[in-house]
Design a protein around this ligand. Structure first.
Ligand SMILES: [Ca+2]
Length: 199
């Protein structure tokens, strides 16, 4: 999501409109797919973990930044890694404090047949005490936008989760994950240990 903030904000604002349109009856929507997915509620089906994104643990670092994670344009200097306080492994992604909001994102490709009609879930560990609006956002092909709950800004590692039901008709293939400070952070915002599951 190498977009300017206005575009991102607009696309997030539009997602509610899009969802409302999709949920409106009688507009050709596959209602079975939008209904509660039976398989997701079946405890006998175990979520399958997939490695959808590169460098999900932020352990591969080049020039001081985790590879594959693209910072917000013109704010690359806000992104680094920290070692001493990583959640797991040696490195965690660090977005530094500053006067604006920042993010990193990564677009991945997936065969839509692997996820159609299933729930895609991303979890991430987030640690901050200066960014009460930090979230993890998932988009399907830049069209459907989903956001996690805000990470608690309590100075501890907290797991945040974002899920989406992938419509059966979703053409794919691009899924974009954005790790977002949400507001101008008053202190560093750390991210680590991303996992992706399909059920
Ligand atoms: Ca790590």
């Amino acid at each position: 999501m190498a977009t300017e903030p206005v575009t991102l904000g607009r696309s997030i604002a539009c997602s509610g409109v899009v969802l409302a349109i999709l949920l409106a009856p009688g507009c050709g929507v596959d209602r079975d797919t939008l209904a509660t997915p039976t398989r997701y509620n079946n405890p006998a089906i175990v979520p399958e973990e997939i490695s959808l994104f590169f460098n999900q643990d932020f352990e591969t670092v080049e020039a001081g930044r985790p590879v594959e994670w693209v910072p917000r344009k013109n704010h690359e200097d806000k992104v680094s890694v920290v070692q001493e306080s990583a959640y797991s492994g040696k490195n965690a992604l660090c977005i530094d404090y500053g006067p604006e909001w920042y993010f990193v994102s990564q677009a991945a490709s997936i065969d839509p047949g692997l996820v159609a009609g299933k729930v895609l879930t991303v979890t991430a560990m987030v640690k901050t005490e200066g960014a009460p609006l930090a979230t993890v956002n998932l988009s399907l092909d830049g069209f459907y936008q989903f956001s996690s709950a805000r990470a608690p800004s309590n100075g501890r590692w907290n797991k945040v989760e974002v899920s989406c039901l992938v419509p059966a008709w979703w053409p794919g293939p691009t899924v974009t994950l954005t790790l977002n400070t949400g507001s101008a952070p008053a202190g560093p915002v750390l991210f680590d240990d991303i996992h992706v599951h399909v059920k």
